[in-house]
Design a protein around this ligand. Structure first.
Ligand code: IMP
Ligand code: MG
Length: 175
């Protein structure tokens, strides 16, 4: 972007250290449970891949694609299921993983959807949480970082179709 400087919000090291902690916590909490990690595509693919490598209890991993944003910065306030869960999750303790909880509409929708499909329990994890933007009453059970109300990209989060591959979370500020 012209006349803009990269402003790192969460460094690669901070992310990786926090994931180690959360992986330990999740492994402890899901001992003797039937963990099913449900990764919401596309935003959470990198966070999920890193997180599950720090989970030491047996876990299934599945994917679901939802859409609410298109390419703009503003949520349209409703969730579309683009690709549904491919497994029977009836006996599972589902942990829904997303890149960010913003209005909370996506996470609330997916948690309800998972319960309708017969999951035993459902909890949520997000790399980022923007509590100021909340439109529904929801709090992630396992959150890496709370951030202020700024639009960010990197580490799975996109603007247009880009920046998901950047290993840290950032935005731009005027030079
Ligand atoms: P929610 O339903 O409003 O909580 O929004 C969830 C989805 O919005 C996330 O999974 C992201 O794809 C997208 N989103 C929200 N905030 C940001 C942001 O700051 N950067 C990139 N995507 C975002
Ligand atoms: Mg997303």
């Amino acid at each position: 972007m012209k006349n803009k400087k990269i402003n790192i919000i969460v460094t690669e090291k901070e992310i990786q250290e926090r994931i180690v902690e959360l992986g330990k916590q999740i492994s402890k909490d899901y001992e003797n449970k039937n963990l099913y990690v449900l990764s919401l595509l596309r935003g959470s693919f990198i966070y999920t891949a890193d997180l599950v490598r720090h989970i030491t209890v047996p876990t299934k991993i599945g994917f679901m694609t939802t859409s609410s944003y298109g390419n703009s910065e503003n949520s349209i306030g409703s969730v579309i299921v683009v690709n549904d869960i491919q497994d029977n999750i009836e006996s599972c303790d589902v942990l829904v993983v997303d890149d960010i909880i913003d209005t909370g509409i996506t996470m609330e929708f997916v948690k309800n959807h998972v319960l309708e499909l017969g999951a035993v329990t459902v909890k949520s994890s997000a790399l980022l949480d923007k509590p100021e933007r909340r439109k529904v009453d929801i709090k992630p059970d396992y959150c890496c970082f709370e951030i202020p109300n700024v639009f960010v990209v990197g580490y799975g989060l996109n603007y247009g179709d880009y920046y998901r591959n950047i290993p840290y979370v950032f935005n731009w500020k005027d030079e």
